[in-house]
Ligand binder design. Structure first.
Ligand code: B16
Ligand code: MG
Length: 216
């Protein structure tokens, strides 16, 4: 029996990947690196600094900046990204999310957010769903990012359950790998990219039957 749900944010609750892409593309262009949508797939679920490193690797510029300069580049990208987030409203919830969260609440199933994003509380507030989550893992407390299972294990423990008693929801391969490494049941949310290793793949959360999911 499963007793709790652990959700990724970007790609599962809302689609912020398009805003990350706009902000990274502009920052990369400023330092002479061109990124496209295909490359952007690699950045899903990956932390801000790891995303910057991947962009610098693409442009063969890993050694071109000091750590302080890299922090400044990441901060510049984030400032632009947060500006783009200002327009978020509850209409930006992905299809089926609110219905699914309401059903979980009605069944007293605790819910957590396991997102690599340091902007998660701000985003959930803009979307009007902050109160639907019992806990949000602070990614600043993590030693390793996805695909390491740490964030998912921490989320389950914060809900007061064992990882094996949790269902994890992810749109990115790094996240599915982390959920499975945590020993959890993995729901892949299909966003156009192939996902390997998920226990089930859906296009929207309401394609799932909660009672059947809890019985896994
Ligand atoms: P921030 P998730 C991830 O969110 C994004 O998919 C990834 O592209 C981003 O770099 C990361 O959050 C960090 O975000 O710069 O806001 O701290 O999919 O783990 O919810
Ligand atoms: Mg995601």
């Amino acid at each position: 029996m499963k007793k709790g749900f652990v959700f990724d944010l970007d790609g599962v609750i809302t689609d912020t990947a398009k805003y990350h892409y706009i902000a990274w593309k502009e920052l990369a262009a400023e330092i002479g690196i061109e990124i496209d949508l295909k490359f952007n797939e690699q950045l899903k679920g990956i932390s801000r600094m790891d995303s910057l490193e991947r962009i610098l690797t693409l442009g063969n510029k890993n050694d071109a900046y000091t750590e302080v300069e890299k922090e400044a580049l990441a901060t510049k990208k984030n400032t632009h990204y947060v500006q783009l987030l200002q327009s978020l409203t509850p209409d930006d919830l992905l299809p089926g999310v609110k219905t699914f969260l309401d059903e979980a609440k009605a069944k007293n199933i605790p819910c957590a957010i396991a997102s690599a994003s340091k902007n998660a509380p701000f985003i959930l507030d803009k979307l009007g769903v902050m109160q639907d989550f019992d806990t949000i893992v602070d990614p600043a407390t993590l030693k390793k990012g996805k695909p390491d299972p740490e964030i998912f294990i921490q989320a389950a423990l914060a809900l007061g359950i064992e990882p094996a008693e949790a269902v994890g929801f992810e749109d990115a391969q790094a996240g599915i790998d982390g959920i499975k490494a945590a020993g959890m049941y993995a729901v892949g949310v299909y966003s156009g990219e192939e996902l390997h290793g998920a226990d089930v793949i859906v296009e929207k959360l309401t394609d799932l039957n909660i009672d059947e999911l809890l019985a896994k």
